[in-house]
Design a protein around this ligand. Structure first.
Ligand SMILES: [Zn+2]
Length: 115
């Protein structure tokens, strides 16, 4: 369950930000994150990890709002650029594996919603 370690990174940042801005316990409503599809997270496990990790912290009771970003690749052979749902990042146009990933590995804290 790699969700736990990914989520730990997020929760650490959340708690850091809350302390920095002097936000009291219960003031955080939700944490919005962007996760690249390459991370292959299990939604429920991510939610569960968040709940466990925020329990007994100042972020307790807040929700995790996950947006999954699709994988976007660019082909160096034919120049094709677009979304792909495959983990094998080859070009759907010319089947070249000479591609670069423009999006898909993100793990970003997008926004904290406070009351
Ligand atoms: Zn191509």
């Amino acid at each position: 369950m790699h969700e736990l370690s990914l989520c730990k990174t997020i929760v650490d940042t959340v708690l850091e930000q809350m302390k920095k801005h002097d936000l009291p316990r219960g003031s955080l409503l939700s944490t919005k994150i962007d996760v690249g599809a390459m991370r292959q997270i299990v939604y429920e496990q991510m939610q569960f990890a968040y709940e466990v990790l925020t329990k007994n912290t100042i972020a307790a009771g807040s929700e995790l709002d996950i947006t999954v970003l699709p994988v976007i690749i660019k082909c160096n052979s034919c120049g094709w650029k677009g979304e792909t749902d495959t983990i094998m990042a080859y070009c759907p146009e010319c089947f070249s594996v000479d591609t670069i990933m423009l999006q898909g590995k993100e793990l970003t804290l997008e926004k904290l919603e406070v009351r």
